[in-house]
Ligand binder design. Structure first.
Ligand code: FMN
Length: 447
């Protein structure tokens, strides 16, 4: 039996997996990040296990490092553009949600509204947009800028951006199309409104050249956990991706989000909080530990230092420090601020060396990690869910292929046996799966 509050599961498909050394494992095809057959296979595994959605992350630049340094990692080097990949995946899946990142800093609202409206039509109401404000400074250099805008400025633009996107989705009434061949009327003229948005960052006349999406609005995800990120999510998001590291920290964040949603005048039960989770699972704890060790042993120390330098803000080059010594003082980051704060807190609390910290980050971008038997992994998920530390998890599989299949065939049946997770898909759209209402249209001409 399903409990009243249902667990949600997202599958983060990061190419060869979220472990930085996943691609070096003998079982990992090295072309995974640009081979659509691999994405399709993983999406079908997730769909067979009744996951709510698959998610493709994205950014628009290689990290700032030498070719020699970059050449030692497969992560964010060459990957398929997510909307293109999800459109292909939509044709060979039927139920699973299809969620991709697009940046409010480097895109225009019209592009985002149009692409996700199209994906929603292509997939029959399964699209979701992960709104990010972008944190990698190198991205600015690919978009006519010398440097990235500061954190608050990025969020201010993001806030207005999402309003414009929603107005564009609402520029058509749901029942606009009549296609009356006898009278020659294709759509009801009164069903179409311009947007006429004039704000601080955007001037957009509209309307959108796509009919209103099947879901009304594709599901909106937000993945920043700073105060500005929470405020944006409270006003505009349906789901929140977040990096957490334990039940107490996740619970604290969960409460903050739900309170902020209520303060913004929305029902907190209509926003889902999904922390990332990196599971290493085996029939026994020993088997899970062996899977973890096999990947950790493949981490190239120079890559470890390089990725840690970048996520901690890039201002302190860590290659000059003793890897077995303590983590030096690092100034606050304007980029991946929450990831930086979490990693530094762990390093200080547990007295981690630089090496121990890069190994933490290497295993799935520092997301909450669980290494254990099926029972141990399911216990953690159940405890976090009942403690209201999470509405579900974004499963960040350390190695693809392999890890998602392990989770799908071992942990999901256990979650189903406990009555925590669905046996069959309910409803038609991603909103239905997530238990989220379909937004009523606000006519932009009147709203
Ligand atoms: C599960 C998850 C997925 C994310 N995916 C992306 C992504 O695809 N692209 C990106 O630029 N940032 C991504 N981020 C990072 C955040 O969007 C955000 O930029 C970062 O956390 C800094 O924002 P903050 O200071 O508000 O926390 C992701 C974060 C999480 C927790």
């Amino acid at each position: 039996m399903m409990s009243a509050r249902s667990l949600r599961l997202a599958a983060i498909l990061s190419a060869t997996g979220s472990h930085i050394a996943g691609w070096r494992h003998p079982d990992c095809p090295a072309d995974g990040s640009f081979n659509i057959a691999r994405y399709v296979e993983e999406a079908q595994i997730a769909e067979a296990a009744k996951f709510d959605l698959v998610f493709l992350a994205d950014n628009y630049a290689l990290k700032q490092a030498s070719n020699e340094e970059l050449s030692r990692t497969s992560n964010s080097i060459a990957m398929l553009e997510p909307i293109t990949a999800l459109s292909a995946m939509a044709m060979v899946t039927r139920n699973i949600g299809l969620v991709a990142t697009m940046s409010t800093t480097y895109c225009e609202p019209f592009h985002v509204a149009r692409m996700f409206a199209s994906l929603d039509h292509i997939s029959g109401g399964r699209a979701g947009w992960n709104l990010v404000t972008s944190a990698n400074p190198a991205e600015a250099l690919n978009f006519n800028r010398d440097m990235q805008a500061d954190h608050d400025a990025r969020y201010a633009r993001g806030d207005e951006f999402v309003d414009v996107v929603r107005k564009l989705w609402d520029s058509w009434d749901d029942a606009a199309l009549v296609a009356d061949k006898a009278s020659g009327r294709y759509f009801r003229p009164e069903a179409l409104s311009p947007v006429n948005h004039k704000g601080t960052h955007f001037s957009v006349r509209g309307p959108l050249n796509a009919l209103r999406p099947p879901q009304g609005h594709p599901v909106i995800f937000q993945a920043g956990s700073s105060p500005a990120g929470i405020a944006l999510a409270a006003r505009s998001a349906d789901c929140v991706f977040t990096q957490q590291r334990s039940i107490p920290t996740a619970r604290d964040f969960y409460l903050k989000v739900k309170q902020a949603v209520a303060a913004a005048g929305r029902d907190p039960d209509t926003v889902r909080v999904l922390p990332g989770l990196v599971p290493f699972v085996g029939e026994t704890g020993t088997e899970a530990q062996a899977k973890f060790d096999a990947l950790q042993n493949l981490v190239d120390p120079s890559v470890g230092i390089q990725i840690l330098t970048a996520v901690l803000g890039g201002k302190v080059d860590l290659s000059g420090f003793d890897v077995n010594g303590p983590v030096p003082e690092i100034p606050p980051s304007d980029g991946m601020s929450t990831f930086q704060a979490n990693l530094l807190a762990e390093a200080r609390e547990e007295g981690l060396s630089l090496r121990e910290l890069y190994l933490r980050y290497a295993a799935g971008f520092g997301h909450w990690r669980v290494i254990g038997s099926v029972k141990e992994v399911a216990d953690l998920i159940e405890e976090a869910f009942h403690a209201e530390a999470a509405d579900g998890f974004a499963i960040s599989s350390p190695m693809l292929p392999g890890s998602l299949g392990d989770f799908a065939t071992m942990v999901v049946p256990e979650l189903q046996r406990r009555g925590l997770f669905r046996m069959e898909y309910e409803g038609e759209t991603l909103r239905d799966r997530l238990g989220l209402p379909r937004p009523l249209r606000v006519d932009p001409a009147r709203g």
